[in-house]
Ligand binder design. Sequence first.
Ligand code: SIN
Length: 504
Amino acid sequence: MLSSKNLLSNIGSPVLSRKLSLLKTQGFINGKWVTSQGGTKFEILNPSNQSVIASVPDMNAQDTKLAIDAATEAFKSFRNTTAKYRANLLRTWYNLMVEHSEELAKILTQENGKSLAESRAEIAYGNSFVEWFSEESRRINGEILPPTTDNRKLMILKQPAGVAALITPWNFPHAMITRKAGAAIAAGCTCVIKPSEDTPLTALALAQLAEEAGFPSGVINVITTNTNNSPSVGKTICDDERVRVVSFTGSTQVGKILYRQCADNVKKVCLELGGNAPFIVFESANVELAVSGAMVCKFRNTGQTCVSANRFYVHKNVFHEFTSKFLEHMQRDIVLGDGMKPGVTHGPLIKKSQIDMIDNLVRDAVNKGAKLHCGGKRLTNLGELFYSPTLLTGVNENMEIFKKEIFGPIAVIHEFENEDQVLENANNINVGLAGYFYSENLSQIFRVARKMEVGMIGVNEGLISCAEAAFGGVKESGLGREGSKHGVDDFLDIKYLCLGNIKY
Ligand code: SIN
């Protein structure tokens, strides 16, 4: 068994300056680069031009078992490591990520399609979680409680929960892994990472850096899986009682399936699911500020973000000003194209099902009478998956887009007259991840912030994510929080200890 003293000898050394090749094409189980048990592979396509970037193993339930075996074995030692050791391990991983930021960003742009500028921003954002949790690791404190009788000592210990399965999406292939894995490792858990079938290359690059950082075998495992195998891999993870935590970011629909499957052996679940963010511009708002916030909030990652503004509500007295300025910015500031090309600000949608869904929503709205101010079409001259940034007004409840999480570059603006009415509309939905509003009225700011039914609020701010913040939602947007000091909670068990009959 590895002692934390032995483990420590691997780390803390200065970060290597040699450049590693991070484009890996095998899965990573128990510290080894491996093919799938079934021997099959699948291709990863660049959404900008459908070229094949690489092929990776199509891993199945058998591979998943092997990864869980490895993580279970590794946990026996890893659970006993010191917080300082894990802090150093994460810091070494972080340093390597920083050193290889540019290469990571290029892999990300190729497999996800987002512009290089956006990928660089995601890498910096994703890295910051590993830095944050390297620091948080040493602040996972227990508690000493005041006893009710003086011959007792009562305390609370926090212990790593066990093997954690991290199931991550394609929209933030780097940051969604580091936000989960950083917390899991800080807590002393070992991980089985299942990245999206669309973007496994970033995950494998992170595994390569973890190996380089000196992570003991089995502490981080990555299984790459195509769409057909994903349900059985998910089920294997949920059914295996050795997996004690499932942390998932993705759709509400899949989140509910995993949640149900985890019930049988009562796992801890952290679910970061869909949103449908309202973005309210009150009469007192600084409209210029609201427009720039709206641009980043709506179009970050070409609108494929859970916290994207999904429904704009603009007070009737500033409706025209906001709408015309927003339209002006949309037409001026967004440059679509292959993310690797200089000057491109936004890339394509991730896949055909996504662009089809968006196109159908826009067509349905326009056919039922919505007003199209710009966009509303596929840009096949750029590539199969490009869609023009679209602005709609006059949308009503008979249109599909009215309540749907859009996940694309479509902005829908509604007009409103008073605060109570807009809050009722904003809250009249079964999800509540993020919400935004712009106001210069202090009482209104506190009133609306209290009443909005969401887990996160941007007040006069359209981009709120950071490692320090508690990311997560209410209602069907999920359970648990990621990032912040709360991010480790889902990876920890609380143990109460009562020491009795102490003689003084
Ligand atoms: C997400 O869309 O799921 C994550 C967005 C963020 O971290 O800001």
